[in-house]
Design a protein around this ligand. Sequence first.
Ligand code: SAM
Length: 269
Amino acid sequence: MELCEEDFIRLSRYVKQNYGIDLSKKKQLITSRLTKMLLENGYRDFHCYVEDITAGRRPDLILPTLSRITTNYTYFQREREHFVYLNKTVLPELEKRHHTDRCLSIWSAGCSSGEEPYTISMYLLEYFSKFPVKWDTRILATDISDEMLEQAQNPVYTEDSLSALPEQWRNRYFTRRADGTYTVTQELRQNVIFRRFNLMDPIQFQRPFDLIFCRNVMIYFDQGTKDRLVKRFYHATVPGGYLFIGHSESLSKTDCPYQYLVPAIYKKM
Ligand SMILES: C[S@@+](CC[C@H](N)C(=O)[O-])C[C@H]1O[C@@H](n2cnc3c(N)ncnc32)[C@H](O)[C@@H]1O
């Protein structure tokens, strides 16, 4: 199936405007990854599909389209340096900041199948379990993909994806199933609230965040989209709060309102 230049431009523009994802250099990838899906949905060519998508006639095909051209790849304790910093620097600060309300405000934005928010949660549970009075350590985890959120809320993980975790934590927070895969315990599950959220939408949550994780998500966005999103994150961060991004990502030096601290960690001063 062929994707002509005009349809490619219309599709890229639509996806960028609505989902932030930059497809401008991905014509080949779109053709190779979407052809099967189009045929399964009765399309004989890209033109009718692009017409339907851009006219909003096939909203059911949007997320399957995005999931074929982006990746949901993730695993527990990915980029371990972030969790070392979280434990040593951020959590002691949060403990001081919230010693009266004992309620944290943490967001995993682009959480995929849940490994990132569950990892943050394990650190929170471990850190705050030493206090005699209970802390509210629930965190918000969002993604655009219903399929990923479904997996996150009915979690089944392979041994491989858990391999970076200490054995003690594997025993404490996971249950091994008969087929050798793992599910997470109720305690951990109750500590994460999953919601569908498109990062292109206005950020209107109840409270500003002490900490936002948005790692390996903005890789799909062009510089302008990234800059605008970072500014919206900034407004949704408490003074003294943090933004963690992926180690392979970078923020614009001139346009970033946060202060750079160490690789992939920024603070609102
Ligand atoms: C590679 S995963 C990153 C998972 C995790 N944060 C990590 O670093 O391991 C990227 C996730 O971003 C999500 N995503 C992409 N565009 C998005 C958007 N516009 N709004 C919300 N989530 C988006 C994808 O669905 C995917 O699950």
